[in-house]
Design a protein around this ligand. Structure first.
Ligand code: ATP
Length: 197
């Protein structure tokens, strides 16, 4: 059975960028946030439960998930957010277990932005945290999503403080200069393979 390594980091830290480099080293990656969206779009059981809790408007007439509608409902209501999570998380967990059982690598990566926020850390053999200075993250996301600094700051402040995450993580990847990233990741890959982390 492969080691299950979680990889997380705040918005704009560069998780996706880091994960792409691990993929090039043939590490299998499960991208939980993307999978959750795809299950919400395609898993008929899940669709039924979402409609029951949040209304038929959660999907448009073509059956496409109305994520704007759902985000607006849960964004300022922590009870509704918890309720949506309690419907979606078990479906992701099941999908992940079935994916994991098919993997033959020594370790796999499970990418999620909110491992610590959702208190999922105990599910992992170890956790990698991708970090970058706040100003760098704000600039990156502003550029990527074409939005204002204030929009980014709101999203950053909605997540757990990076300093707290640093204390909880086993391995930190500071992602500032792209040039140094491949080298850092090769060495971490080696450490995990030889369980030296
Ligand atoms: P989110 O949580 O929003 O999905 P993320 O942590 O996955 O964010 P990325 O999408 O990987 O972050 O990176 C955010 C932006 O910053 C992207 O446009 C990416 O190309 C850029 N970026 C990431 N790392 C670096 C780097 N080391 N140097 C320059 N640009 C970078």
């Amino acid at each position: 059975k492969p080691l299950v390594v979680g990889i997380t980091g705040g918005i704009g830290s560069g998780k996706t960028t880091v994960v792409e480099i691990f993929k090039k080293l043939n590490v299998p990656v499960y991208i939980a946030d993307k999978k959750a969206k795809s299950l919400m779009q395609n898993d008929s059981n899940l669709i039924k439960r979402i409609k029951k809790s949040f209304g038929d408007q959660s999907y448009d007439i073509n059956g496409n998930l109305n994520s704007t509608y759902l985000s607006n409902i849960v964004f300022n209501d922590s009870k509704k957010l918890a309720s949506l999570n309690s419907i979606v998380h078990p479906a992701v967990r099941k999908d992940f277990q079935s994916w994991l059982s098919q993997q033959r690598a020594k370790y796999i990566l499970y990418e999620s932005a909110l491992i610590f926020e959702h208190e999922q850390q105990d599910k992992f053999d170890c956790i990698i945290l991708v970090t970058a200075p706040r100003e760098v993250r704000i600039k990156r996301v502003q550029k990527r999503d074409n939005c204002s600094a204030n929009d980014v700051i709101k999203r950053i402040d909605n997540q757990m403080d990076e300093k707290i995450k640093i204390k909880k993580a086993d391995i930190i990847i500071e992602n500032i200069k792209y040039k140094e990233l491949s080298q850092k990741i090769s060495s971490i890959n080696y450490k995990i393979l030889t369980k030296l982390y």
